[in-house]
Design a protein around this ligand. Structure first.
Ligand code: HEC
Length: 131
């Protein structure tokens, strides 16, 4: 009995690890249409992008990497998914997180700061810097 459970845990453990390694975009399907269409009040503003870059370094780089390439099994944000996501979709993800897949909620950050992070993610600077 004990041995059986050990084997089962091993199997489920592996499944959980595999699920974590694979980026999944389930969250995108959960975003309500009204949220998806929300506009970023700071889009394209240089000072907001700079503030967003600092917030990213403080809160996000430990998982997504200082260069946004992803770290320790966490996903890169230099992807078509992030590029094609609307500001509202990313804002929704920052508020709600995707806890089941290891992305924390950032509802503790004030709304303006979350929009600044979105402005940074959507800014052209970092995308052109590395590629
Ligand atoms: C504890 C680690 C961790 C931290 C810190 C973190 N994230 Fe994530 N993030 C993840 C993981 C894991 C996923 C993948 C979730 C999934 O598979 O659905 C993710 C997904 C994302 C995605 C969607 C990527 C995609 O291709 O679907 C975005 C955008 C994102 N994070 C932005 C941020 C931002 C901005 C911050 C900082 C405010 C941040 N994350 C902080 C772990 C983290």
């Amino acid at each position: 009995m004990r041995k059986g459970m050990g084997v089962a845990c091993l199997v489920f453990g592996c499944a959980a690890l595999l699920a974590a390694a694979e980026v999944n975009q389930d969250w995108l399907r959960k975003v309500p249409a009204a949220e998806r269409a929300r506009a970023n009040p700071y889009a394209g503003q240089a000072d907001a992008i700079a503030a967003g870059a600092r917030l990213f370094a403080d809160h996000c780089a430990r998982c997504h990497g200082a260069d946004l390439e992803g770290e320790r099994g966490k996903p890169s944000l230099r992807t078509e998914v992030v590029k094609n996501a609307t500001d509202g979709e990313i804002f929704w993800l920052l508020r709600n997180g995707d806890l089941r897949h290891g992305m924390p909620s950032w509802s503790g950050l004030p709304e303006p700061e979350r929009w600044e992070v979105v402005a940074f993610l959507k800014s052209r600077e970092w995308r052109e810097a590395g590629s």
